[in-house]
Design a protein around this ligand. Structure first.
Ligand code: SF4
Length: 251
């Protein structure tokens, strides 16, 4: 649910609905719709070709090769927004941030701060469960070079919109990377919500209390490009989830 809020700081009950399409009725229905989507021809071709050719170390896997739904607790107050599934991560395992180095960082941090029951995420059926946290992505298909095209962001935005509508309790959003940060705000704007003025600006560790009752936190994406170069360190990454935890408190 995206809830509109007055400038008094108190959440009110005005719900902002999609202007063209009604949101999905449940996360289960939404996740089925995501998994069956074939809107973006370029991404369909790419994810399927990766699933056929595979990577040498995963030759014995049957790759998922389809869009990757969100994952986590339907009652979540923390929502984590990534960019897109990795070609040999989520596109292989069918679970977001699973089976790749970025996932190692993300779930280790979520575990450290009490949102995950274990620090590793290797495959569906590995026992990972999230509490009070849900993980999604701006684009649900693995893109070539980890770079979705503008029209692919546009096509996929409806799934983020519906996910946010259905995660009625979310109060903190952690955006992994500038693209996810800006995409979240764009999605909210398209729903008629007006962010702060001036518009929130991405940076690692930034925090914005948005007028609709959500705290938006920015973090560098835990991609290898950032973690191998030291642009993002473990303490830096943990500090973002520590802030989310402080905001939400223990429950
Ligand atoms: S990126 Fe999104 S809209 Fe495009 S095919 Fe994948 S799931 Fe569908």
């Amino acid at each position: 649910m995206l809830a509109a809020q007055g400038m008094t700081g108190k959440r009110n009950t005005v719900l902002v609905h999609a202007t063209l399409l009604l949101p999905m009725r449940s996360l289960a229905v939404l996740n089925t719709a995501i998994a069956n989507c074939t809107t973006c021809a370029r991404l369909v071709n790419y994810r399927q070709s990766i699933a056929r050719t595979k990577r040498r170390q995963f030759m014995d896997w049957i790759y998922w090769g389809r869009p990757v739904p969100g994952f986590g607790d339907p009652q979540a107050r923390l929502y984590v927004l990534g960019l897109a599934p990795a070609a040999h991560g989520g596109n292989r395992t069918r679970r977001v941030f699973t089976g790749d180095r970025s996932g190692d960082w993300l779930y280790e941090a979520l575990h450290r701060h009490g949102f995950a029951n274990q620090a590793s995420s290797t495959h569906r059926g590995d026992g990972l469960a999230l509490t009070d946290c849900y993980v999604g992505a701006a684009v649900r298909c693995a893109p070539p070079g980890n770079k979705p095209a503008p029209d692919e962001f546009e096509h996929c935005r409806r799934f983020l919109r519906d996910e946010l509508h259905l995660l009625k309790k979310h109060r903190v959003v952690v955006a992994l990377g500038k693209i996810a940060f800006d995409h979240y705000l764009k999605t909210c704007r398209a729903e008629g919500l007006t962010p702060l003025s001036p518009t929130p600006k991405f940076g690692h560790g930034v925090a914005y209390r948005l007028p609709w009752g959500v705290m938006l936190l920015g973090s560098y994406h835990p991609s290898q490009q950032n973690t191998f170069t030291g642009k993002l360190t473990r303490p830096m990454f943990h500090s973002v989830f520590a802030q989310a935890r402080r905001e939400l408190g223990r429950r």
